[in-house]
Design a protein around this ligand. Structure first.
Ligand SMILES: O=CC(=O)O
Length: 355
């Protein structure tokens, strides 16, 4: 009997890696190119599957595992995050889990730097000067709309860049900032659950980046107080929920900029709106928000002009470049194939940590 693989998401041309195998029955959510997979479709079609392909929008929990039945061997997600997957449950059933770290590191790091620049320059406000037809009335005086600067210059004060979570993506942001922006002072808090390998890499960084004069692990208090630019690159889940809350934001500098490319749940949106409105911090660039995708003009960070002008929001697109998404899709397909074939995935989670 053919093994069944259920694909809930768009894999682009990489789907053919699955469909070209005539020993597989590949069932694809028919509208995967344009829409997210409805839960009901997943629950109905996953029955009898050996492999399941999802994106971070599909929760893989007890209900899905029960609907799949005992033959499920592999779950492969097209994401680096895995907080949508019940890992202890899958570990207890010996189901392999594939994900897509590394290949998206550069794209997300690019996006984080973009958000830092957009938030510091308040592009929501400045572009609206043009789009609301107000440029001709705008009084161009030397300090009008001037902003904190990310790059360090010979005449600027030392810039401290902070990282909440210091894994691969944070380190890729740091590479961009030290080489391209002259940042020399960096602080970080280790990511909860960081694998030892990631932290060893952090120690090596100083040797690799001659411009980096200082790289210090600090507590949350110092991270808040000292960061001129703070990059949140921590994973979601209970351990990191609302680490950036009102008391953290109150300790930050009025010229500081917060960027979140990790998970929305790490930052308390209501506290952030208050921080922006009352000027505890300068600006925020958000690729993720805790209430996503239910974020519209009525959202606490977008409803009031004093907040919206200081806040750039992008709908969770950090890794969305042509090259990166294609490679993520390839890896996702290879992972599920390896899993259903009983081989080790090219990029699988070590579930020993969740057993
Ligand atoms: O958020 C996106 C991902 O986890 O890849």
């Amino acid at each position: 009997m053919k093994k069944k693989i259920v694909v809930c998401t768009d894999l682009g041309p990489a789907l053919s890696l699955l469909t070209l195998r005539d020993d597989l029955d590949v069932v694809v959510w028919p509208d995967a190119v344009d829409t997210e997979c409805p839960r009901a479709w997943l629950l109905k079609n996953v029955q009898g599957a050996s492999g399941l392909v999802v994106c971070f929008k599909e929760r893989v929990d007890g209900e899905v595992i029960k609907a799949a039945g005992p033959g499920l061997r592999a779950v492969s997600t097209i994401s680096v995050g895995y907080d949508h997957i019940d890992l202890p449950l899958l570990a207890s059933r010996n189901i392999q889990v594939g994900y897509t770290p590394d290949v998206l590191t550069d794209a997300v790091a690019d996006s984080a730097v973009m958000l830092a620049l957009m938030a510091s320059r308040r592009t929501n406000l400045t572009t609206s000067v043009v789009t609301s037809n107000a440029w001709s009335a705008f009084q161009w005086t030397p300090f009008a709309l001037s902003a904190p600067q990310l790059s360090t210059t010979p005449f600027s004060a030392k810039r401290t860049v902070g990282f909440l979570g210091f894994g691969r993506i944070a380190q890729a942001v740091l590479r961009r900032l030290t080489f391209g922006f002259g940042v020399s002072d960096t602080i970080y808090t280790p990511r909860p659950e960081a694998p030892p390998q990631v932290m060893r890499d952090a120690e090596l960084l100083r040797g690799l980046m001659p411009n980096l004069h200082s790289l210090r692990a600090v507590d949350m208090h110092t991270l808040a107080a000292d960061s001129d630019f703070l990059f949140v690159l921590a994973p979601g889940g209970e351990a990191t929920r609302h680490l950036i809350d009102e008391s953290f934001l109150r300790r930050m500098k009025p010229t500081s900029v917060l960027v979140n490319n990790g998970r929305g749940s790490v930052v308390d949106s209501t506290a952030l709106a208050k921080a922006l409105k009352e000027g505890w911090i300068w600006g925020a660039g958000l690729d993720v928000i805790e209430e996503e995708p239910h974020v519209g003009v009525g959202h606490v960070l977008l409803a009031e002009p004093e907040v919206r002008e200081k806040c750039v929001v992008v709908p969770h697109l950090g890794s969305a470049t042509h090259d990166t998404r294609a490679e993520m899709a390839r890896l996702t397909a290879v992972n599920v194939l390896r899993g259903v074939d009983g081989e080790q995935m090219e990029s699988g989670l070590d579930l020993g940590r969740w057993q």
